[in-house]
Write a protein that binds this ligand. Structure first.
Ligand SMILES: O=C([O-])CC(=O)C(=O)O
Ligand SMILES: [Mg+2]
Length: 424
């Protein structure tokens, strides 16, 4: 069966779609019915009306995230509309649940008007403990996220920007270590100046890459100050100098980070890069250059893609479930830059630890150890939650962003491990 047939059958059978609601309370008898529903349900209503914080005690709000999309930038497939984004949003729900036991309602909004989206999400705030924006195109995504962060008292996080950037930064820290290069000496080329490209650029700089050594290209070539078609976000990374195409900019680069479209990187471009080049071809579902093609061009590369079927998957699945888990558990009001960096550092650190038997088992007995073929942890590594969620929650507490701070971190870590053992 082709991948297409398998994927369609997977989504169709035995029930259409990938998610369903489960009840967490018994509702088998008339006595239980009168607790779950009227008249009993009136009691928590009154409690919450008197004390809004009680919503976290009597409803599932504290564990419920909205995955919100309008379908304008679905994976690397472009604008396919809100309806067609639903399989991806259900997919995110599955991953939230599977990896971090976070519940999700997927919300597809049929609008391309930022104000309409902002208003819709703001109105839905009482339902949710957090908002994960997904597959909304640039530049609107920047404004939508910024406004919602200002308006909401719960974490709002645009996954395609920060999720991807957090994992890519973890990968970059480790790949640079393996290539024996310092972050502040790297020449970095980012191809793609959409949501993920801009956020990666910002995080790479926060991690130590020099702003002047970072060259960002979009479909028109290098982003330079003299261009008159730049958004504010692109202007942040504009270089001086003449117009250049990617094939020229990439020469002698130490790092290529692709957040663009399939196939834009050639083997000649790979060969023109510096020694031990780091290539993260992260376009989904098909990368800027395939894993086999890049390796066939030269052997000294450290290569990653967004896909799960090759080594080094740089994909936001290593981020969003665990980041929201940590943020929800301390009732963080937002997800700060420090919390994001804490997640990156935690992922980088975990990849340097020996893998455990259950990781090997989840990957058919394959052996992984820190090196060019293993620079970021595997999503099925049960320790990811212990590293990332703890780091995120701890940083929120340190920054005074936690509505319900945790004191006993060892206890929290153990509870997370226990919670996830049932799931993965
Ligand atoms: O869904 C994925 O695999 C990663 C992602 O968010 C995207 O490509 O938009
Ligand atoms: Mg996405």
């Amino acid at each position: 069966m082709s991948l297409r047939d398998k994927a369609l059958s997977y989504h169709k059978n035995p029930t259409p779609g990938k998610v369903a609601i489960v009840s967490t309370k018994p509702c088998e008898t008339s006595a239980e019915l009168s607790l779950a529903y009227t008249p009993g349900v009136a009691e928590p209503v009154k409690e919450i009306a008197d004390n809004p914080d009680a919503v976290f005690d009597y409803t599932s709000r504290g564990n419920l995230v909205a995955v919100v999309s309008n379908g304008t930038a679905i994976l690397g497939l472009g604008n396919r509309g809100a309806l067609a984004s639903k399989p991806v949003m259900e997919g995110k729900a599955v991953l939230f649940k599977r990896f971090a036991d976070v519940d999700v309602f997927d919300i597809e909004i049929d609008s391309e008007d930022p104000e309409e989206i902002i208003r819709t999400v703001k109105l839905l705030e009482p339902t949710f403990g957090g908002i994960n924006l997904e597959d909304i195109k640039a530049p609107e995504c920047f404004y939508i996220e910024k406004r919602l962060i200002e308006l909401c008292d719960i974490p709002v996080f645009h996954d395609d920007q920060h999720g991807t950037a957090i994992i890519a930064t973890a990968g970059l820290i480790n790949a640079a270590e393996l290539a024996e290069k310092k972050l502040d000496s790297l020449k970095v080329v980012i191809n793609g100046a959409g949501a993920a490209g801009i956020s990666c650029a910002r995080m790479f700089v926060a991690a130590g890459v020099k702003r002047e050594n970072l060259f960002m290209c979009d479909s028109k070539g290098l982003i330079i100050e003299s261009r008159d078609d730049l958004t504010d976000e692109k202007r942040e990374f504009a270089q001086s100098g003449p117009a250049r195409v990617l094939a020229d900019v990439i020469k002698d680069a130490d790092v290529f980070a692709g957040l663009s479209v399939a196939g834009v990187m050639s083997q000649d471009m790979v060969r023109s890069m510096a020694d031990r080049p780091i290539i993260f071809a992260m376009a989904n579902p098909d990368p800027e250059i395939s894993y086999p093609d890049a390796l066939a061009a030269r052997e000294d590369i450290i290569m990653a893609t967004g896909r799960s079927d090759y080594p080094n998957q740089i994909n936001n699945v290593l981020g969003f479930p665990f980041i929201f888990r940590g943020a929800l558990d301390v009732r963080a009001r937002r997800i700060s830059e420090r919390m994001k960096m804490a997640a990156s550092l935690a992922l980088a650190e975990l990849a340097r630890q020996p893998v455990t038997d259950d990781v090997r088992a989840a990957y058919g007995g394959a052996a992984f150890s820190f090196g060019p073929g293993y620079i970021v942890p595997k999503p099925f590594d049960r320790r990811v939650i212990e590293y990332v969620s703890v780091a995120v929650a701890k940083t929120a507490c340190e920054e005074g962003l936690a509505g319900r701070p945790i004191n006993d971190w060892e206890d929290y870590r153990k509870k997370l491990a226990e919670r996830i053992r049932k799931n993965i």
